[in-house]
Design a protein around this ligand. Structure first.
Ligand code: NAI
Length: 306
């Protein structure tokens, strides 16, 4: 069955080029009405122009779709609220939010400034928080919402020179984990995309052949799936060059140590068991960790917890 978005309204941030543009074109081609947000600045976040967003709107309209351009800076909550109001005034609802806008200020941690660190957090983490907050009550009232946050292998696994970016990209996963729980009863599903693509962000960082394989269009199907009616929730979907995989945070089974061994030496002595991968699993909520540890402690102490 073809997945479509007829009747749905989507906001895609940073949709003037790269991944966001590709996501927005594909959503519009499948029936969504789309707000094309883009500040239009340089890769490091300086400057701004509405040309890129307007060009994408023109492209969508030429193909028979509906779109409006928006120049909000996602790092400014009042501008984000005005963007959402623009969507409501035009179409009366917001069903889909793709948090995609982003910048880079790469520097090794020692050389990087706190100003750059804050700016990257502002755009990627707070930008995602602001956009999500601005649509949240609308989606709750509609009892329908599909939200994507854009994370990165840099946040999930680390990348030299990207402590600022990696912090922000892992931050959005923290937000997703909680909002997946809070949104569930309102049919709001939130997922994360971990893309790898040849865009201006990655230009010059990889060989030409790799750049050609890593097109944004190979990533976009992952977003389309994550914002579809039958989407999963709380999933980190990695995508690049036509490959798709799920990233998970897992915890080992671990083990309880008797009181005399609840020492750094005890931990060192049992390190192999604590880190053993057999039985490791992804937990669905924070309290599951507490429950697992209490169960182990009760077993170890021979007591019953009620
Ligand atoms: P890009 O630089 O081609 O596009 C990003 C867009 O966001 C630009 O059009 C820019 O004007 C816009 N933007 C930047 N700051 C903004 C702000 N404050 N408000 C509104 N718009 C703003 O980058 P690309 O590669 O398409 O990246 C898209 C997303 O994917 C970003 O969140 C990025 O961190 C993430 N990502 C990209 C990867 C890649 O391999 N290209 C890898 C992992 C994550």
């Amino acid at each position: 069955m073809t997945i479509r978005y007829d009747g749905k309204v989507a906001i895609v941030t940073g949709a003037g080029q790269g991944l966001g543009r590709s996501h927005a074109l594909a959503l519009a081609a499948r029936g969504a009405r789309v707000v094309i947000n883009d500040l239009g600045g340089a890769k490091d976040g300086t400057g701004g122009s509405s040309e890129a967003a307007q060009a994408v709107v023109a492209e969508i309209e030429a193909a028979g779709g509906e779109a409006i351009a928006n120049g909000a800076n996602v790092a400014k909550f009042d501008e984000v609220e005005a963007m959402v109001q623009q969507a409501m005034d035009a179409w009366g609802r917001v069903d889909i939010l793709v948090n995609n806008a982003g910048i880079l200020r790469d520097k090794s941690f020692g050389k990087g400034s706190m100003e750059d660190f804050r700016l990257v957090l502002d755009v990627h983490l707070l930008g995602t928080v602001y956009c999500t907050k601005a649509v949240w009550d609308i989606m709750k009232a509609q009892e329908y919402g599909r939200i994507v946050v854009t994370t990165s292998s840099s946040g999930l696994y680390g990348n030299f020179g990207q402590a600022n970016y990696g912090s922000a990209k892992m931050g959005v996963i923290g937000m997703m984990n909680t909002l997946a729980q809070e949104g569930a009863k309102y049919n709001i599903r939130i997922n994360a995309l971990a893309p790898t693509a040849g865009t201006r962000m990655t230009e010059g960082l990889m060989p030409e052949k790799a750049f050609e394989l890593l097109t944004p269009e190979t990533v976009t199907p992952a977003v389309l799936y994550l914002v579809s009616e039958d989407s999963p929730a709380r999933t980190i979907l990695a995508a690049g060059a036509g490959s798709y995989a799920v990233a998970k945070i897992v915890e080992t089974e671990g083990r309880w140590l008797p009181e005399a061994e609840q020492t750094p030496e005890g931990i060192a002595a049992h390190w192999d068991e604590i880190t053993a991968t057999a039985g490791e699993r992804a937990l669905n909520a924070g309290f599951e960790q507490t429950a697992k540890m209490l169960t182990q402690a009760a077993e170890g102490l021979g007591i019953k917890l009620d």
